[in-house]
Design a binder for this molecule. Structure first.
Ligand code: SF4
Length: 242
């Protein structure tokens, strides 16, 4: 089984618990306006790797994983290559390596995704927008799809970290927080919610690729705002669980 791989990061600390290898795959059905990796959008065949080849790279990093590290597969959108990721995760499980999927819940054959989830220890779920209208406008995808995927994870009791990019003027309002709390109400699988600041480092990449960057006029979000926004979220979220 071959996967279309964009890149491989050996010792990442931002995509899941502990120290992790992160594999970024090619191909994504969405077009988020703040996307950092437009070079992962197309299903380019430039870097085909077998699950075994990738596993061997991951296995070499095992001494650094500690008690909670492992492998995260990100994108693009990893659900589009569910069979490849299933094989890779199965190899990791045979070696006792923790597996995480970084996804928006879009794309992929439902039967293949079901099989993949049997080999998935946790999910980083990108809940990009909190209304269907905004989700469609800013990503081209559907909030309902992400929410249905979250429900599937809840039923399977797979631990989830929710992630949302804080974009000034789009996902930085109190209303967004309230809607997010409502969307997550009753979901016992949700262990953590992370707000990631919108950054514009990718702008150069867009220029090189000749693609207009849709948010060039929008300011970056600050770390201080994201910390305060996170605190406000948890206050609401904890109150909703009492
Ligand atoms: S889902 Fe990720 S890779 Fe795909 S367009 Fe959105 S931010 Fe980019």
């Amino acid at each position: 089984m071959y996967g279309l791989v964009h890149s491989f990061e050996s010792l990442g600390t931002l995509d899941g618990p502990g120290v992790r290898c992160v594999v970024f795959l090619q191909g994504c059905p969405l077009r988020c306006v703040y996307c950092h990796n437009p070079d992962t959008w197309e299903r380019l065949e430039l870097n085909r790797k077998s699950a075994k080849e990738i596993f061997q790279k991951v296995d070499r990093c095992r001494p650094y994983f500690g008690y909670n590290g492992g492998l995260t597969v990100s994108g693009g959108e990893p659900l589009l290559q569910a069979e490849f990721v299933t094989e890779l995760f199965a190899l990791c499980h045979e070696a006792g390596i923790h597996t995480a999927l970084d996804t928006s819940g879009h794309g992929g054959d439902s039967a293949l995704v079901e099989t993949l989830l049997q080999q998935t220890d946790m999910v980083l779920l990108d809940l990009k927008m909190t209304t269907e209208e905004e989700y469609r406008r800013y990503t081209g995808g559907s909030l309902q799809q992400t929410v249905a995927f979250l429900q599937q994870l809840e039923q399977k009791e797979i631990p989830v970290w929710i992630r949302q990019v804080v974009v000034p003027g789009i996902t930085d309002s109190q209303e967004n927080l309230v809607r997010l709390v409502n969307l997550l109400a009753g979901k016992q699988c949700v262990q953590k919610v992370e707000f990631l600041p919108f950054r514009k480092l990718c702008q150069e990449k867009y220029e090189r690729m000749g693609i207009p960057f849709p948010l060039s006029g929008v300011p970056e979000a600050t770390d201080a705002f994201c910390s305060e926004y996170t605190a406000r979220f948890y206050e609401l979220f904890c109150a909703s669980r009492r």
